[in-house]
Design a binder for this molecule. Structure first.
Ligand SMILES: Nc1ccn([C@@H]2O[C@H](COP(=O)(O)OP(=O)(O)OP(=O)(O)O)[C@@H](O)[C@H]2O)c(=O)n1
Ligand SMILES: C[C@](O)(CO)[C@H](O)COP(=O)(O)O
Length: 391
């Protein structure tokens, strides 16, 4: 399981604003809301700890509550330096987390995929951080402004967050730094001191840290471009298959259907809803159900797929999307599904807060051909169309 620590306890002095920069509005949401949302939908993330200045913990808690995240979160008071804030957060990270990601609350444009890439690389290397090659020539200079050297640019990288670590390694690194009184400017620097080689993963030049006012203006421009893409009609496709076995309930579209066999799976194996959820997440560019509800997570054992459809609807909503329509086909030789289709449409519409007219479930046989035709399993296809929600 993965925990994300989001650093938001700074003062934003270089921004020169009367409020902490992480609360500043950016295309309809706060800077911090973007950072939290991107992190919360990354693969395997089940808990978020946000650091807040002691006098801002209530404000940050309110902001998080408004986001209605489907994963757990907590807010801790930060320290006088970013490193001390992260150290406070580490103290409350649950023991069952094997990976920890650290992310700046002030980096609202980090994409969810970057969190996934950092964790995947950290699983292999123990520590992995987002970085981009520096574009400018870098000089070293002394206090009087006289150049003392020109490091070879080919070896230089501008480091960003997310930074992902094995939980054990990050905890040891922070303990060692505290013991030595070492203060670094990123988390990886503390890990490097343990002799561990940190892996770079390709970050993005758009993953700005909002530090000075022009960063905010630039972020507005980049987000406006993203919003344009969102307002397009987007479509997604979903496909799923489950095996038919004895002694399992047959649940399709949230309807329990009397039959001698049922679909096998980690959840209730509702093949129709699985295909629909994949179509919705795909349309939003948010991966698939495996990413959001992994079958390695005990919380999803036997869970109602209708309940998870409500969560998918909420995820899309948090990312600024609303659903236009859903079309789906169940592929099953037996039993006859026609009597249950209206209830399936109704269940799906209710879960996603749509009208029944926006949902269209169909069923077909395969004339006895293939695994569905021979009654070994059932399949479902779904397409979904979504667009930006009106603000
Ligand atoms: N004591 C601190 C200092 C910083 N941060 C967080 O670390 C991230 C990166 O730090 P930076 O951009 O330097 O933020 P500030 O310290 O707020 O900015 P400034 O240095 O201009 O005051 C920010 O999201 C900030 O809120 C933190 O949690 N605790
Ligand atoms: C962690 C970091 O975002 C990587 O670029 C950066 O080092 C934070 O530094 P700051 O001094 O707190 O801005």
């Amino acid at each position: 399981m993965v925990c994300v620590i989001i650093a938001a306890a700074g003062q934003g002095k270089r921004m020169g604003s009367s409020v902490n920069k992480v609360f500043l509005p950016l295309a309809g949401k706060s800077v911090l809301a973007y950072s939290v949302l991107a992190a919360s939908t990354a693969r395997g993330v089940t808990h978020i700890v946000v650091t807040a200045a002691p006098e801002e913990t209530a404000t940050v808690s309110r902001l998080l509550a408004e986001l209605a995240l489907t994963i757990s979160w907590q807010v801790v008071a930060g320290g006088s330096e970013r490193q001390y804030s992260i150290a406070n957060a580490l103290n409350v990270v649950p023991d069952n987390m094997d990976m920890i990601i650290v992310h700046d609350g002030a980096r609202p444009l980090a994409q969810t995929a970057l969190f996934d890439q950092a964790v995947a690389a950290a699983r292999q290397h123990q520590a992995a951080i987002a970085a981009v090659p520096v574009k400018d020539t870098i000089k070293a200079a002394d206090d009087t402004g006289l150049v003392t050297g020109t490091p070879d640019r080919r070896t230089l990288w501008a480091v960003q967050t997310p930074q992902a670590f094995s939980a054990k390694v990050l905890r040891s690194a922070y303990q060692q730094a505290a013991q030595d009184g070492y203060l670094g400017t990123d988390d990886a620097a503390l890990v490097e001191r343990l002799g561990i080689t940190v892996k770079l993963v390709p970050g993005s030049y758009e993953n700005l840290k909002i530090t000075t006012p022009e960063d905010l203006r630039l972020a507005e421009v980049l987000l406006a471009k993203e919003q344009e893409v969102k307002t397009m009609i987007r479509s997604g496709i979903g496909y799923d298959v489950h095996r038919l076995v004895p002694e399992r309930k047959l649940i399709l579209g949230g309807v329990e259907i009397p039959y001698t066999l049922g679909l096998d799976g980690h959840s209730d194996a509702d093949v129709l809803l699985h295909a629909i959820k994949d179509a919705l997440l795909g349309a939003a560019g948010l991966g698939d159900i495996g990413r959001h509800f992994p079958d390695t997570d005990g919380r999803y054992k036997g869970i109602s797929s209708l309940k998870l459809l409500v969560e998918v609807g909420a995820i899309l909503n948090r990312h600024g999307y609303c659903v236009n329509n859903i079309d789906a086909t169940i592929v099953a030789q037996k039993p006859k599904l026609a009597p249950y289709i209206a209830q399936m449409n109704q269940n799906i519409a209710e879960a996603l807060q749509l009208t029944v007219g926006q949902v269209n479930v169909k069923a077909t046989t395969t004339e006895g051909l293939g695994f569905a035709g021979q009654g070994q399993g059932m399949a479902a296809y779904a397409t979904a169309s979504i667009t930006a929600a009106k603000i």
